[in-house]
Design a binder for this molecule. Structure first.
Ligand SMILES: C[S@@+](CC[C@H](N)C(=O)[O-])C[C@H]1O[C@@H](n2cnc3c(N)ncnc32)[C@H](O)[C@@H]1O
Length: 270
């Protein structure tokens, strides 16, 4: 595990993040805001990005710290916060840091990881380092919400047409640029459970010029029982496992999400 802040792989597409149709349509904000309110104490969001979840949480009166490795994403979050009333701004602390090795010198009631930042950790060593840091930052009995996707075995096993793109709906930025986002899987390491993903943003400027921006990254998927064992090994008891943000239980749909509600135990990580 590296102790320095990782390369900012979000920088090329950060300015588009809040406009991307599937991100805008995510139905998770209410779930995380409600969980934060119920925590009755300070919340830490790891991989807070542009504040998509963090800002609505602070608006509801919750004190929240957002940690992210990307200065581009944090910069956008800061600009959005500046538009918020003073009391909302006061409740937020933003920190640039690596979720595998951070020390904020204060405890939290709840740690959250909305929209899969944990899947940017590509080795068990990195995952365990992150869970150990979370464990250290939680009050006794504090909670972790670990939000990852459930890998669809049939999709992973299906033969793929190399280089085939999926496309989202276009969107227009306030300055008039038109953006089409395309996505493709460029590599699958079935042994290490790593997908190599490429986003291509095709940007049409107001003068008609076309620009291509690439955001590529790797992510690691976790199987449900693997994640459960990882949490147990890291000093957490799983209290609930949901398959969506309406709290449908695991198994209610396939593949669905894997939303673990885990409580810090008195056991030190093994
Ligand atoms: C998909 S975004 C999620 C952002 C936000 N939580 C949301 O729900 O919109 C993942 C975020 O994780 C951050 N991230 C990735 N690896 C990280 C690391 N090692 N430490 C801290 N943040 C990281 C990225 O910079 C990015 O902002």
């Amino acid at each position: 595990m590296s102790s320095s802040i990782p390369y900012d792989e979000y920088s090329s597409g950060a300015e588009f993040y809040d406009w991307v149709t599937p991100y805008r349509a995510r139905q998770d904000v209410g779930f995380f805001v409600e969980s934060a309110r119920a925590a009755m104490g300070p919340v830490l969001e790891l991989g807070c990005g542009t504040g998509r979840v963090l800002i609505p949480t602070a608006r509801e009166g919750v004190r929240i710290t957002g940690l992210d490795a990307s200065s581009a994403m944090l910069g956008l979050c800061r600009s959005k916060l500046e538009q918020e009333p003073e009391d909302v701004q006061q409740r937020v602390t933003l920190v640039r840091g690596d979720m595998r090795s951070f020390d904020l010198h204060r405890p939290f009631e709840l740690v959250t990881t909305p929209f899969r930042p944990f899947q940017h950790l590509l080795t068990v060593e990195d995952q365990r380092a992150c869970l150990a840091a979370i464990h250290r930052h939680l009050v006794p009995g504090g909670k972790l919400i670990l939000d990852v996707f459930n890998p669809a075995i049939d999709r992973l096993a299906a033969p793929q047409t190399p280089g085939s793109w999926d496309e989202d709906a276009d969107f227009t930025l306030p300055d008039g640029r038109r953006v089409r986002r395309r996505v493709r899987i460029v590599g699958r390491d079935l042994l290490r459970q790593i997908l190599e993903v490429e986003f291509l943003f095709v940007v049409t400027h107001v003068d008609g010029r076309e620009e291509h921006r690439v955001h590529d990254f790797r992510l690691r998927y976790l199987y449900p029982h693997e994640a459960e064992h990882l949490l147990a090994r890291s000093g957490f008891d799983v209290e609930d496992l949901f398959s969506d943000y309406n709290k449908s239980p695991y198994g209610a749909q396939y593949p669905g999400e894997l939303i673990f509600i885990a409580r810090k135990t008195g056991r030190a990580p093994a």
